[in-house]
Design a protein around this ligand. Structure first.
Ligand SMILES: Nc1ncnc2c1ncn2[C@@H]1O[C@H](COP(=O)(O)OP(=O)(O)OP(=O)(O)O)[C@@H](O)[C@H]1O
Ligand SMILES: [Mg+2]
Length: 474
């Protein structure tokens, strides 16, 4: 049996994890260090799949046995994450080891029958609800996806007088220099706090992290798969773009279909078309139409593609909100595009790929960066020399920061597009625009390239990209 501390033991055999060819099933070094820590508040930070949830569950089980008859709590950022991941992992550990328990679904609590201690399972997105109980211990999975207020509420409940060992603990994947970093790791970390850094899990399939390297951008890989603390959301959003390496003479290849990606929510109305050949996105041209409308964009697309021998197969990607917005002609943007293609059945064969939601901004940016340059060092997105505005977007869109310079996971929309004549004067004004610029529309175009990329990639269900956005949306 793996001993937890000198004073607390589970009093029964617990197999920490399933043994495999590459792992004995005993806790990894970083898990041992975490469990041995006697800090009042401790954390476990590490790459995706490094055994964070397993460590969290084991710690909760150990404290449940070490604090007989007491109350503990296990939390996760949202209810779906709690139900589908953390609770599942906890029950799996109990079942694998024949630990007797009773789960009360109506209360979402679990009674450990041998120690008589009870564990509440709670989603922490509504931290106002965390009131009442005096806790002997609490553990939070994926803490970096929780608000600091929820942690503070839990801290305030850690006061069970019957407890032999009070402890608040958490596991997480790094998310830059955020409140979790400040509290547990940074130079001004709180007294009584300790954090342990995990490494990649050797028990996972041999090519697991390598595969992530091919689909993650360099910075995102370092954060998610190496567990590093980085300013992922600071400075240039599309930092991976290199004009010299990625802009040149991109030629149309008639044997491959076209894509056309549109964004209706910007002025100028922007779209790009190109081809995807062997996984390489080749942008042939951009359509930038100031003060225009969707129909005009369609006509422009017709004119620009006139030189290409038809009929043309076109995959149309775009902004889901195009269904909702009504134009002066009182039709939705997508209706207009559909009608346009219906008018030219001999010229185009169009298929629409419009998702129901655009997805979180950090994922959108990351998937474009991964295409611009993945961790393996491969560039898979190229622009024709005519795509000057798109290149400028890549170079100039920056992440937003709060007044003290801390990164916010939002693109900076302060660099706003000037309208009408003012806009058309010169591109040079954009760099000078300040948050107080009296401009009307947001200059952030990159017309829906992320939608093209995301719908093409088949996400690995184990990756955070596939998992977190879905669960966090609830
Ligand atoms: N010490 C260990 N030895 C062998 N396998 C382990 C060990 N710790 C965890 N595992 C296994 O590794 C896999 C990933 O573990 P776990 O889910 O705890 O990681 P995680 O860091 O929480 O992952 P994610 O980042 O996806 O939330 C699981 O199948 C788990 O059982
Ligand atoms: Mg986990």
């Amino acid at each position: 049996m793996f001993p937890i501390t000198q004073t607390l033991t589970l009093g029964r055999e617990i197999q920490y994890a399933e043994p495999s060819e590459t792992a004995s099933g005993d806790p990894f070094e970083w898990q041992v260090a975490f469990h041995y820590s006697e800090a009042l508040f401790k954390g476990f930070s590490g790459p995706i799949g490094s055994g964070k949830s397993r460590a969290l569950c084991y710690e909760a089980l150990a404290l449940g046995y070490g604090n007989p008859g007491c109350l503990g709590l296990i939390g996760a950022p949202t209810y779906p994450m709690l139900r589908d991941s953390t609770l599942l992992a906890f029950r799996q550990m109990l079942d694998e080891n024949d630990v007797p328990y009773r789960f009360h679904k109506s209360e979402y609590s679990l009674l450990l029958l041998e120690s008589g201690s009870q564990i509440l399972f709670r989603a922490l997105d509504n931290f106002e609800r965390i009131r009442g109980p005096n806790l002997a211990f609490f553990g939070v999975d994926e803490l970096t996806y929780c608000r600091p207020e929820s942690w503070l509420r839990l801290e305030g409940r850690l006061r069970d007088r019957k407890a032999k060992r009070l402890c608040g603990f958490a596991s997480w994947t790094p998310k830059g220099f955020d409140w979790v970093y400040d509290r547990f790791i940074g130079p001004d970390k709180k007294p009584g706090y300790e954090a342990f850094l995990a490494e990649q899990n050797p028990a996972l399939p041999a090519d697991y992290y390598k595969r992530l390297g091919a689909s993650y951008s360099e910075r995102f890989y370092k954060q998610e798969a190496l567990g590093e603390y980085l300013n992922v959301f600071s400075g240039q959003a599309y930092y991976a773009f290199d004009r010299k390496a990625q802009m040149g003479n991109v030629i149309y290849k008639p044997e491959h279909p076209l894509f056309w990606a549109l964004d209706f929510n910007v002025n100028p109305l922007c779209s790009v078309y190109g081809q995807v050949i062997n996984g390489l996105v080749r942008v042939l041209d951009e359509l930038v139409l100031p003060n225009s409308n969707t129909l005009a964009a369609c006509e422009e697309f017709l004119a620009r593609t006139a030189k290409l021998a038809g009929p043309l197969q076109v995959y149309v990607y775009g902004d889901p909100s195009g269904e909702g917005r009504r134009t002066a002609a009182s039709r939705t943007d997508w209706q207009i595009v559909r009608e346009f293609f219906r008018r030219y059945p001999d010229r185009f064969s169009a298929q629409f790929r419009v998702p129901s939601a655009a997805g979180p901004v950090k994922d959108r940016v990351n998937c474009v960066n991964a295409q611009l340059l993945n961790y393996a060092g491969k560039r898979r997105l190229f622009l024709n020399t005519t795509c000057g505005e798109l290149a400028k977007d890549f170079e100039q869109i920056v992440w937003k920061a709060d007044p003290s310079g801390r990164a916010l996971v939002e693109l900076d929309k302060s660099d706003l597009m000037r309208s009408g004549n003012e806009r058309s004067k010169s591109y040079k004004y954009r760099r000078r625009a300040t948050p107080s610029t009296p401009a009307r529309r947001v200059r952030q175009r990159l017309p829906c390239l992320h939608l093209l990329l995301r719908s093409r990639s088949r996400p690995d269900p184990n990756t955070r990209l596939a998992k977190l956005p879905r669960t966090l949306q609830h």
